[in-house]
Design a protein around this ligand. Structure first.
Ligand code: NDP
Length: 248
């Protein structure tokens, strides 16, 4: 058994971008943190290195969130090593953008598999322990695209809108067990996912951000940090934007 009383957080997609910032932030907040990634072991090692300086135990597993079997094994291993989970953050996600006319079945399925099935798989694996212990907190990552839609992203938008319905339903289902569930919906955040945007697309978005800059992973991690904390004890079933005002 672990010899620490630190709360335990599980983060999917923690090797890069928003997930990495969340891992570091929660480790600074006093959590022991386990995260998974799909394939980039080098990036995962960097996240572990960045977050371990905080005194937290930080562990990384290579897990495809689209596989319930792999996610179940991961969750069991984490609970065995770090103790029962207190918070789950589902950040693993990907894009395969194209117009619907040109979209391949494979790109549709891959996005739904990682983004939506992946969210279900992680929450499904954690929920029994949360309900049994009458505590726990879920934060899912949707997107401004899941709320408003975006041309060229029907697959991504469908997956991210699905995450909103999923999380609101979970909040209604599990509130009586003391479990909270909220959605974070970022605007454009500077990560590998958005690095391929053309300058014109970037300028177009920036022109519509009242705060005058694109988002940083830390902007999102700070909200996640708040949502998993006791300061957010009466907040559940919400969709909270982190977008510099882009949707106004
Ligand atoms: P990145 O592309 O920077 O990082 C994606 C992370 O998810 C990586 O750690 C990657 O692992 C992991 N991952 C991808 N697929 C899988 C899988 N099948 N199983 C396990 N892990 C996987 O993305 P961001 O940090 O930009 O995005 C994080 C989340 O925020 C996503 O859900 C995204 O949709 C959402 N979001 C992002 C926005 C943005 O502007 N960046 C805006 C709105 C929402 P590996 O390193 O091994 O590839």
């Amino acid at each position: 058994m672990p010899d620490t009383q630190r709360p335990v957080a599980l983060v999917s997609g923690g090797s890069r971008g928003i997930g990495r910032a969340v891992v570091s932030r929660l480790a600074h907040d006093g959590f022991d943190v386990a995260f998974c990634y799909r394939s980039n072991a080098e990036a995962a090692a960097r996240t572990v290195e960045e977050a371990t300086g905080t005194g937290a135990r930080v562990i990384a597993h290579r897990v495809d969130v689209a596989s319930l079997e792999e996610v179940r094994a991961f969750t069991a291993a984490v609970e065995n090593e770090l103790g029962p989970l207190d918070a789950v953050v589902t950040s693993a996600g990907l894009t395969r953008d194209n117009s619907l006319l040109r979209m391949s079945d494979e790109d549709w399925r891959e996005v739904m598999g990682t983004n939506l099935d992946g969210t279900y798989n992680v929450c499904r694996a954690a929920i029994f322990s949360f309900m049994k212990r009458r505590t726990g907190c879920v934060v899912t990552l949707s997107s401004i695209t899941g709320v408003h839609g975006h041309a060229g992203q029907t697959n991504y938008a469908a997956s991210k809108a699905g995450i909103i319905g999923f999380t609101k339903s979970l909040a209604k289902e599990c509130g009586k067990y003391g479990v909270r569930a909220n959605v974070v919906a970022p605007g454009l955040i500077e990560t590998d996912m958005t690095a391929g945007l053309t300058e014109a697309a970037r300028k177009d978005i920036l022109d519509n951000v009242p705060l005058g800059r694109l988002g940083r992973p830390d902007d999102v991690a700070d909200l996640v940090s708040f949502l998993v904390s006791d300061r957010a004890r009466y907040i559940s079933g919400q969709v909270l934007g982190v977008d510099g005002g882009l949707v106004i």
